[in-house]
Design a binder for this molecule. Structure first.
Ligand code: TXA
Ligand code: MG
Length: 344
């Protein structure tokens, strides 16, 4: 059975001790970070790491991010730390930025990196995650704590929905702040390449280290051996098919009318100003101007669709300014790049 322990109060010491014990014994534990909940195991323990892949149903060729509690630990796992990486750690750690670097051989379990010579490191900016890492004093491999393919968990109940009975413990630190996963930046190449957009935006990175590359969707498709192996799997997908639709109230209204005529039950994910349209189910992104709010709610909204009878999900788009780039990246994947277009 899965135990869920609240860690928001001052006498939560016992929860941390239990989590540390389990991790030291080679078990997996779910914990909150500032982005999404992670499912952690000690990154030097191959059998423990294997349990992550099993609990998630994750393909074993998709490598995991290693979480650390202090910047001092980086040289333990990295061959040579590029200067740009040092600058980025100083500016953005702890925070939602994962840096892909050349790994030192034999320091981490080989299934963490799925056989690659590189490893992704990140220091999360969340009190619970940091306290756990610093008490454990070991590196923790942790992907998002969802079943493979599902939207990442931003609340402890999401983890419970997906992994109930498959893992021993969830540390419940409430809703995560950012709501979408960290930016993954490959600093083994010059200029560095954004493999996954996230809370630390291209603009923010470029202010510190100059040019970075954000591949277009077309470039990602052309590349037959994607650098982020995660790119080739379906992601963030509710049960009903998701279609993207332009942010245009008239278009959305027409689409709703047509789909309902054809017998569909439609769930609409859109800014709060779209609430008065006649969707069967409505999930608000919040205000279109507030991208932080939108990213915080996105996965919760996608998951909520699975609790409805919707046969199709329409999700309005947003601009790619700031975190908008990361939001659109996740929406595109949730939709499998399907767009709803009204006939002329
Ligand atoms: O915010 C986050 O990053 C969350 C929290 C829990 O820290 N973690 C997370 O992990 O999203 P995961 O496993 O769901 O996503 C890790 C991504 C995958 O797309 C994976 O392919 C990529 O990072 N990745 C990991 N190691 C890599 C490597 N050595 N080279 C290229 N891509 C790598
Ligand atoms: Mg994930």
């Amino acid at each position: 059975e899965t135990l869920r322990m609240l860690v928001d109060n001052s006498n939560s010491e016992i929860s941390y001790s239990q989590a540390v014990d389990l991790l030291n014994r080679g078990e997996v534990v779910a914990f909150p970070t500032e982005t999404v909940y992670g499912l952690g195991a000690v990154a030097t323990n191959e059998l423990a790491v294997k349990k992550i892949f099993e609990a998630k149903g994750r393909p074993s060729d998709n490598p995991l991010i290693v979480h650390i509690g202090t910047i001092d630990e980086v040289p333990n796992y990295i061959e040579e730390i590029p200067d740009v990486a040092k600058k980025l750690m100083d500016c953005f750690w702890p925070g939602p930025l994962t840096l892909i670097m050349q790994a030192k051989k034999g320091k981490l379990a080989s299934n963490v990196t799925a056989g690659l010579s590189t490893v992704g490191l990140r220091m999360p900016n969340h009190e619970v995650a940091l306290r756990l890492l610093r008490k454990l004093r070991k590196p923790v491999a942790a992907p998002s704590a969802n079943r493979s393919g599902k939207p990442s968990p931003t609340k402890a109940v999401h983890v419970e929905e997906d992994l109930q009975g498959r893992i021993p413990l969830i540390l419940d630190g409430g809703a995560t702040g950012l709501g979408i996963e960290s930016t993954v930046l490959d600093v083994t190449v010059t200029p560095p390449v954004i493999l996954r957009p996230g809370g630390v935006t291209k603009e923010m990175l470029e202010q510190v280290i100059g040019k970075v590359i954000l591949p277009t969707k077309e470039q990602q498709k052309l590349d037959s051996t994607p650098k982020a192996p995660g790119m080739k799997y379906t992601h963030y997908a509710p049960n009903a098919p998701v279609y993207l639709i332009d942010l245009n109230k008239k278009e959305v209204e027409q689409a709703l009318r047509k789909l309902k005529e054809c017998g569909h039950k439609v769930a609409l994910l859109a800014p709060s100003s779209y609430q008065d349209l006649k969707a069967d189910y409505f999930f608000s992104y919040g205000s279109e101007e507030n991208k932080e709010q939108m990213s915080a709610k996105l996965y919760d909204d996608l998951r909520a669709c699975d609790k409805t009878e919707a046969s199709i999900i329409l999700a309005t788009t947003t601009t790619t300014e700031g975190v908008g780039a990361a939001i659109m990246n996740r929406l595109e994947k949730a939709a499998g790049s399907k767009w709803y277009k009204n006939e002329e």
